[in-house]
Write a protein that binds this ligand. Structure first.
Ligand SMILES: [Zn+2]
Length: 521
């Protein structure tokens, strides 16, 4: 009897979902998967909402129907289709713990209803992926790939051309030597930008439209472009390019020294993004918190610049009274909040030891299973051979032969499959767990001096979209309407830290049945 499943397909207009299969494609793939794996689909549920924040109507209804016993499994393309926030993720884990939900199937993700499986799942639900995407919300995934490969994703700078055939950037044989000369000329520290522009114009390098000589700004950009020695800058980040350099880093550095000596310091960029933007929402009205720079001129002539974070206050149906907060104060309260989730050194050491022991056990039991399976496969192989011999000797008839052969083949196939799956899966959860221990432990070292971006990454990971600004403080809040307890490795860690004077602290890292760990402190 096959289990009953809901087929759940979701795609929103979020940036994160851009690369996700269309709903139609998800459904096609999932139906095929269901047929291949003999899953009984009781209903297909389609949702076009974001999963970053709780409150998807169809998702909620589906969970209700699962609680009512209509189905006990969900089939979706990837865990991130089900949840991208810790509340929805927590509800799924809760239903698994309650055994209302007994199975989750994803063509792209291995899940088994065990404590390790649930741990992996909560990581997949979690915000790490969301954050990776969010980090470069203006860069598409394909673009990031390109950047990682060292391909400049834009128009080739002067001296190079975009070669359409090889889809790469190649040296422009006519222009490149002129650019090199310009660098050499400027390095002598006897030319102004205008002189370089004149030199380039004399070599027929002029603006494309009007054919006039380059402006100062263009010259400065050429002379400070690391592309020419093999690197490139994209959205403020430097990458190692795969294109051929035309000048040495040494010449480039010399030119930079001259530029610095001649040029005035560049003005700070006013539109520079504020670090904690996109992290918190207003507690009163739920809108995103934004930031702005405010300048205070004192009577004595001193001038101070502050960064303030505040609600966008764009809701028409209510007047928001949440006060603005200075970046320093917000940073302090966020640092304090994060500390609640720090994994102390001693705990980490204990857990690592435990993890390694589990890993060893897992490996040795895998080993035992594999050895048994190999013996069994070998014996099936020789049975098959004997069967064939009997058939050829005409001791048995063709039908008996075929029946018996099919039976032996099936057993052999499933043993082979189990062995190969086991090799892959047995310790798949160890690495994420180890990374998590490092990450949780790193919180111990957070202070006001720590890198704010690092804190932002952690906060995104722990709170997802459930971080609010309330009365000038960062706080994580959970809507009261939710009945299922929020369960993930972070909340477990926090609960462990907060348990009263008890000598033993129980850190249940992976759901109800497994991976419980008692600390002595
Ligand atoms: Zn507000």
């Amino acid at each position: 009897m096959s289990e009953k499943y809901f087929l759940y397909a979701r795609k929103s207009t979020d940036v994160e979902d851009k690369q996700v299969l269309s709903i139609e494609a998800q459904i096609t793939e999932l139906r095929k998967f269901a047929a291949d794996n003999d899953l009984q689909i009781v209903d297909t549920i389609i949702e076009k909402r974001t999963a970053k924040t709780p409150g998807r109507p169809k998702f909620g209804t589906m969970l209700g129907r699962i609680e009512a016993g209509e189905a006990s499994g969900i089939l979706a393309w990837h865990p991130d289709r089900l949840a991208r926030n810790s509340i929805d993720g927590g509800q799924i884990v809760y239903l698994l713990d309650q055994t209302r939900l007994t199975s989750l199937k994803f063509p792209t993700f291995w899940f088994e209803n065990t404590s390790q499986g649930k741990f992996m799942l909560s990581i997949a639900f979690g915000q790490s992926k969301y954050y990776v995407d969010n980090l470069s919300e203006n860069t598409k995934r394909g673009l990031r790939q390109k950047l990682r490969r060292g391909e400049y994703p834009s128009h080739a700078p002067l001296g190079y051309i975009n070669d359409l055939r090889s889809k790469s950037i190649v040296i422009d044989k006519r222009v490149a030597p002129i650019i090199v000369q310009a660098f050499e000329l400027y390095a002598k520290n006897q030319s102004r930008y205008e002189d370089i522009a004149d030199f380039l114009a004399s070599q027929r390098l002029v603006t494309r439209g009007k054919g006039t000589k380059y402006k100062k700004d263009r010259i400065r950009r050429i002379l400070s472009n690391p592309f020419y020695y093999g690197h490139f800058v994209y959205k403020g980040e430097i990458y190692e390019g795969t294109h051929k350099p035309i000048i040495s880093k040494k010449l480039f550095d010399k030119v930079q020294a001259v530029l610095a000596e001649r040029g005035r310091p560049r003005k700070a960029n006013h539109s520079e993004p504020k670090v904690y933007c996109g992290l918190l929402r207003c507690y009163s009205c739920g809108l995103m918190i934004t930031a702005e720079k405010r300048v205070k001129n004192q009577k004595n002539g001193n001038r101070h610049e502050y960064i303030y974070y505040h609600c966008t206050k764009k809701r028409k149906d209510m007047k928001c009274l949440e006060p603005a907060v200075r970046e320093e104060a917000l940073d302090e309260s966020l640092t304090e909040l994060l500390q609640e989730y720090a994994l102390p050194d001693a705990w980490k050491a204990d857990l690592l030891a435990r993890l390694e022991e589990d890993e060893r056990n897992e490996q040795s039991s895998t080993h035992t299973f594999m050895a048994t399976a190999q013996t069994r496969i070998a014996s099936l192989q020789s049975k098959l051979q004997r069967l064939l011999d009997s058939y050829l000797d005409q001791d048995i008839d063709r039908d008996t032969y075929l029946d018996k052969k099919a039976e032996l083949m099936r057993e052999k196939k499933s043993l082979e499959e189990q062995s190969s799956k086991l090799t892959l899966d047995a310790t798949a959860w160890v690495e994420p767990m180890r990374r998590w221990l490092d990450e949780a432990n790193s919180i111990c070292k957070l202070s006001l001096e720590s890198d704010k971006n690092e804190k932002k990454v952690l906060a995104k990971e722990i709170f997802g979209s459930n971080l609010f600004l309330q009365n000038k403080k960062a706080c994580s809040a959970r809507p009261k309407s939710l009945s299922s307890p929020l369960k993930n490795q972070w909340t477990a860690l926090r609960a462990a830290r907060q348990s009263p004077l008890a000598r033993r602290v129980n850190l249940n890292l992976a759901g109800a049945q497994g991976w419980e760990y008692n600390f002595y402190r």
